[in-house]
Ligand binder design. Structure first.
Ligand code: SAM
Length: 162
């Protein structure tokens, strides 16, 4: 498989997961957290699927997204997630879904990040929250969910916050 094929497959799997997750939370009240705004591609997809009635809060170290894919100031959280996510969780908002898309080309750093990310995500998620992640997460409060058909094993990970 060429690198182009692999890239396209990764994005198709990501879109399948996002479409599945947004349909699944249709009747779950609460805000949605996008961890890793990046270029704003998945934020924009979530916004288009969820519609204007759903608050989406996007997190990143800095803004690198297309201006049309940046949330308003009150819904943009800039800084290191290890600090910003617990601070956000302390606000006590109901959180219906968390999408984490934080992987980088540095697989060791990405894996190290996933070890503290699981507990921080579990702490920020409300009971019943759907968690979707490009990295496997480990926390006893996060029960693994099967992914939609067509998503290769290990490509994406889904959990239900108990
Ligand atoms: C793969 S990119 C996100 C791509 C984006 N979801 C999209 O579709 O355009 C990962 C992003 O996560 C951010 N990120 C990774 N680790 C972070 C951390 N610990 N704190 C804040 N942002 C982080 C990076 O700055 C980068 O913009």
């Amino acid at each position: 498989m060429s690198r182009l094929d692999s890239f396209i497959r990764r994005l198709e799997a990501q879109r399948l997961c996002l479409d599945w997750a947004t349909a699944r939370i249709a009747n779950t009240p609460g805000v949605v957290l996008e961890l890793g705004l990046g270029n704003g591609r998945t934020y924009d997809h979530l916004a288009s699927r969820l519609g204007p009635g759903r608050e989406i809060h996007a997190f990143d170290r800095q803004i690198a997204a297309h201006p049309g894919c940046v949330p308003s100031a009150g819904r943009l959280v800039l800084g290191e997630l290890r600090e910003t996510l617990p601070r956000f969780a302390a606000r006590g908002l109901a959180v219906a879904m968390i999408h984490a898309d934080l992987g980088s080309g540095d697989s060791a750093a990405t894996a190290a990040q996933a070890t503290w990310l699981g507990p921080e995500i579990a702490a920020a998620a409300s009971p019943g929250c759907l968690v979707l992640s490009d990295q496997a997460l480990a926390d006893p409060r996060l029960a693994p969910l099967p992914l939609p058909d067509g998503v290769p094993a290990g490509r994406y990970f889904a959990y239900l916050r108990g």
